[in-house]
Structures are given as C-alpha cells and as structure tokens.
Design a binder for this molecule. Structure first.
Ligand code: GLV
Ligand code: MN
Length: 197
C-alpha cells in the first residue's frame, strides 16, 4: 500500500529535524550491512498484561532499513487463552503464518460477515486492508505467529483501547448509546500504560 521506492534503499534517519512522508535517508557512505538485518523477532514477547499477548514490531521505527520499501513484519506471542484484541491496520493488508500453537483467527468484512478458522503451526491467513481482525489462543500452551504487511508502518487501531482507553476518554454517554448498554465496563481504562503496538 506504500508508494514505490525511487532508489535501492533509504535507511531511515528516525531523529531527523526535517519531517517528510516517511523518513529521510541516511547518507549512502554511512549505510552498513547491519542496517539490513534485524533480530528483534527472535525473542519471545512478555505476555503478562490484560490481553495475554504481545506484539513485537519489525517496522520502520524499529528496523530503519525498511524505510521506503513498503513492507514490515510482527511477531505476536500468546499466553494460553491470550488474545490479540480486535484491531485494524489503516495502511496495510496483513498475512501471517502460525509458528507455534493453535489460534482462532478471524476478521469481519465491511458487510459484517465474519470469517474465521482455527489454525495450527505452518498454516497461513490473510486479513484484507482495513478490516477488523483478531487472534485468540485456543490451544493448551503458548502460541506465536509471524505476520507481514505491505507497509513500512501499517499502524494499528486497537478497538478496546481506542474506544475505552483513549486520552481524554470518550464520554460515557457516547459509548452507552453506541453499544446500547446501561453502563460501560471500563476495565481497560485501569491499564492506562498498556500499549500493544
Ligand atoms: C496481528 O494481527 C498483527 O497485527 O500482527
Ligand atoms: Mn493485525
């Protein structure tokens, strides 16, 4: 979904004082082989949080060599019963392969049709750009998945955090009317430091 590159590579300068759509390029003589390799997805994420899951991102912010190339990946770890809660990537479609465990993977179309399947190691899925999706660990042990995106920075709108943990909070009146509830259970609001992406 990102624009095409205009050169072989453009290793991002993340702390530049100029601001562009993406990041400016490190001068070519300063580029090192290490700019094109990243070991951040080799480590298991700490899933001790309300959702029992953790996303580790290999996007342009953590792996600057991805700048202008229109691709990125995540690793998502799950405790038993853990969920990667319903979310949207505004700038990318997603594909993924289960590395370990058993996950219920689902998404909902713009016509509100729900597609889902229980997947095991080696199985793949695709989530069309912009659609609400989740993964739930339905196996006995831990699970993890590697996902890939056609954007260097797919972005994530995590519905429970967007709706119930925004700062400042969305007025209760809006949420109770929107969800047809007498009151809104705001338990996620108790974890203001929680940020998954
Ligand atoms: C999974 O849905 C992910 O965004 O990595
Ligand atoms: Mn996703």
């Amino acid at each position: 979904a990102d624009p095409d590159p205009l050169q072989d590579f453009c290793v991002a300068i993340l702390n530049s004082t100029i601001s562009v759509n993406g990041f400016p390029c490190k001068p070519v003589p300063k580029v090192k082989s290490d700019d094109f390799f990243f070991d951040g997805l080799s480590k298991e994420g700490n899933t001790t949080n309300v959702f029992g899951s953790l996303v580790t991102a290999a996007n342009v912010l953590t792996f600057p060599g991805l700048n202008t190339l229109g691709i990125s990946m995540n690793r998502v770890d799950f405790a038993p019963g853990g969920i990667n809660p319903p979310h949207i990537h505004p700038r990318a479609s997603e594909t993924g392969v289960i590395i370990k465990g058993k996950l219920l993977v689902g998404f909902v179309t713009t016509s509100n049709v729900f597609h889902s399947k229980v997947l095991k190691a080696g199985d793949m899925f695709v989530i069309p750009r912009g659609l609400v999706h989740f993964q739930l660990n339905v196996g006995k042990g831990k699970a993890h998945v590697i996902t890939a995106f056609n954007s260097q920075l797919p972005g994530a709108v995590v519905l429970p955090l967007t709706l119930f943990a925004s700062k400042p909070p969305i007025p209760n009146d809006v949420l109770t009317k929107a969800f047809q509830q007498q009151e809104v259970n705001v338990s996620v609001r108790d974890f203001p430091s929680l940020s998954l992406f």
